[in-house]
Design a protein around this ligand. Structure first.
Ligand code: FES
Length: 172
C-alpha cells in the first residue's frame, strides 16, 4: 500500500484520483442542466474524458453513464481518447479555407500519418480541425497546445508546416 492509498477502486482512491475534479463536481453536480459544463471542465483538466472519469461523474451526479456517453459522443468538442503531448488545432475557418487550409491538412495528415481527431503512434501529436482561431490575417493558421503553452503559426505552407512539426518532434 502506497502513501496515497491502495490500488483498488474504492471510493477513497477514486476521490484521490479525481481530486482536481472535486471542486467542479461540488459546484455543478446538483445543478440541473450542467452536464456539458462538467464534461468541458473535466476535459480541460485531463485532456479527454476517460471511462473512469465518466464513471466517477456518474457516481457523484447520479446521471447514468449511458446518458453521459450519449452527450460526450454527440458533441464533436469531446474526446474519449487521450490526446498527444502536442495538440495541433488546425484552423478550417473561412479565411484559412480560402488560403489553402485543406492543402495544409493534407500535408499534416500525410506527414504524421493520422487523420483529423487522431493521435500519432508515438503519442506526440493529436490533430484537430477547428473553427476560426481569431487571427485570420495570418491565414492559414494552426495553434499547437501543450504543457509548454500555446503557440500560433501563421502563413503556413506545406513545407513550413512539416518543418514546424519536425522541430516540435525533435524537442518532444
Ligand atoms: S479563419 Fe482561420 S484564423 Fe480565422
Amino acid at each position: 500500500m502506497s502513501e496515497k492509498g491502495c490500488n483498488c477502486n474504492c471510493a477513497q482512491n477514486r476521490e484521490e484520483q479525481f481530486k482536481e475534479l472535486s471542486p467542479v463536481l461540488e459546484q455543478y453536480a446538483k445543478v440541473p442542466g450542467s452536464l456539458i459544463t462538467i464534461l468541458q471542465k473535466t476535459q480541460d483538466i485531463y485532456g479527454y474524458l476517460s471511462k473512469d472519469a465518466i464513471n466517477y461523474i456518474s457516481e457523484v451526479t447520479g446521471i447514468k453513464p449511458a446518458k453521459i456517453y450519449g452527450v460526450a459522443t454527440f458533441y464533436a468538442q469531446f474526446r474519449l481518447k487521450p490526446i498527444g503531448k502536442y495538440l495541433i488545432m488546425l484552423c478550417q475557418g473561412t479565411a484559412c479555407h480560402v488560403n489553402g487550409s485543406e492543402m495544409i491538412e493534407e500535408a499534416v495528415c500525410e506527414y504524421l500519418e493520422i487523420k483529423d481527431g487522431e493521435t500519432t503512434k508515438d503519442g506526440i501529436f493529436t490533430l484537430n480541425n477547428v473553427a476560426c482561431l481569431g487571427c485570420c490575417s495570418l491565414a492559414p493558421v494552426m495553434m499547437v497546445k501543450s504543457a509548454e503553452g500555446d503557440e500560433t503559426y501563421g502563413s503556413l505552407t506545406k513545407d513550413s508546416v512539416k518543418k514546424i512539426l519536425t522541430e516540435i518532434r525533435e524537442r518532444a
